[in-house]
Ligand binder design. Structure first.
Ligand SMILES: *Cc1c(COP(=O)(O)O)cnc(C)c1O
Length: 402
């Protein structure tokens, strides 16, 4: 039995089977490459699901984390610490929001956003008749905890776990009339991903997003933008909503925020921060601990120093061009969608899971989304050469599929 096989079998023996994992055991990473325990090299266009933006083994990132580990890993939120101040300052500076709360995951950021929205309406309306309804989008993804699942517009994920959190209505993404039709005087928030990720890489239409923003302003409904996947430089702006010139009332982030250290956040604008969660309303033992905050702080610093956002903006058109050429060449590839380094190509009538698996055979990590989309969310440091190499590997796989 190979080393990989042994590890996989033992893992399956002890770890709850909630994932159909690919048969690869990764051991280490360097730059945009991963290596499995057999020593095989992979070009990584998945980045641990849009997380590892800086590439693997970034020395400055590693050194900062090591130094923080030696100093202090955890204190609880009963006390102040410098990394919290620093990380919060940077989140606020780059999001244009007013106050931030650090969580341990994306799903928890969504949970906090939901609580903040409900508390805002509760304080505004009084405890007798608070607006408590949230409008979320079909084909959205916001995470797996019960609250986050309740606003995830995919009945396949929801069905076995009913009853879910009440007061959620679904509308169609990029269909303003359907959103408007769902609004009542009980609506407290409208929640959407600026670019839908898991659902199949759908950017919001500018007209849709600005209409939703306007509607929210008119009715004092809170706009929650989930930037967990599309934020942190991925689309060629710090946050995807920057492309639209639109600020949410609440923004959620995670994934690349800590580049692999588990950390998420929700940030509130001034109006929402002033009248929502107060002492005693929300908490977490780990959330925003010194190690997590050192990661966030370092990620922002390195993004600045390495000009990551500019690099995405400059290099993404090349990725788009190469993907468009694939779509032209293969009949079963019917379109490309995306922004920056968050791209998807639609594979009609071919199982994308098989393509992803075959790509691993060629030493290429890509992801799927939405059932029929090949998803490309590489580390944000990839170069044109990496893109050429990815396309060459992918063409080998696509050639076998036809
Ligand atoms: C991944 C993701 C989440 C959930 O984040 P977790 O860290 O897995 O809980 C929520 N929203 C979006 C848009 C995501 O891509």
């Amino acid at each position: 039995m190979s080393v990989s096989q042994q590890i996989m079998e033992e893992t399956e023996q002890y770890v709850l089977h909630t994932y159909n994992r690919f048969p690869v055991v990764f051991e280490r990473g360097s730059g945009v490459r991963l290596y499995d325990v057999e020593g095989k090299e992979y070009l990584d266009f998945g980045a641990g699901i849009a997380v590892f933006a800086l590439g693997y083994g970034n020395q400055a990132y590693n050194d900062a984390l090591k130094a923080q580990i030696d100093n202090l890993v955890h204190t609880s939120n009963l006390f102040y610490h410098t990394p919290l101040r620093d990380a919060a300052k940077k989140v606020i500076a780059h999001t244009g929001m007013s106050k931030v709360f650090f969580t341990n995951s994306g799903a928890e950021a969504i949970e906090g956003a939901i609580k903040a929205a409900r508390k805002y309406a509760f304080l505004r309306d009084g405890s007798d008749h608070p607006a408590d309804e949230i409008i979320a989008m079909n084909h959205s993804f916001h995470g797996r905890t019960v609250g986050a699942l309740s606003v995830t517009g995919n009945s396949h994920y929801q069905e076995p776990f009913r009853p879910l959190m009440g007061g959620v209505k679904f509308a169609d993404f990029n269909d303003f009339e359907s959103v408007k039709a769902a609004v009542t005087d009980k609506t407290c928030a409208i929640l959407l991903e600026t670019v839908q990720g898991e659902g199949g890489i759908y950017p919001a239409d500018p007209a849709f997003l600005s209409s939703v923003r306007k509607l929210c302003d008119e009715k004092d409904i809170l706009l929650i933008l989930d930037e967990i996947q599309c934020g942190m430089g991925r689309t060629g702006e710090w946050f995807a909503c920057d492309h639209y010139g639109i600020r949410p009332d609440i923004m959620t982030m995670a994934k690349a925020l800590g580049c692999g250290i588990p950390v998420g956040a929700f940030a509130l604008n001034e109006k929402t921060a002033a009248k929502s969660l107060a002492p005693g309303d929300h908490g977490t033992t780990y959330g925003g601990n010194p190690l997590a905050c050192a990661a966030v702080s370092t990620v922002f610093d390195l993004f600045e120093q390495e000009k990551i956002v500019e690099h995405v903006r400059e290099t993404a058109p090349y990725l788009e061009k190469r993907l468009d050429a694939l779509v032209q060449k293969y009949d079963f590839l019917t379109g490309r969608r995306g922004m920056g380094f968050m791209q998807g190509i639609v594979a009609e009538g071919k199982p994308v899971g098989d393509i992803v698996k075959a790509a691993l055979g060629e030493g290429l990590v890509i992801l799927s989304a939405g059932g029929n989309v090949l998803r490309f969310v590489p580390p944000l440091v990839i170069t044109k050469d990496d893109i050429d190499e990815m396309i060459a590997k992918l063409e080998k796989v696509l050639g076998q599929i036809v």
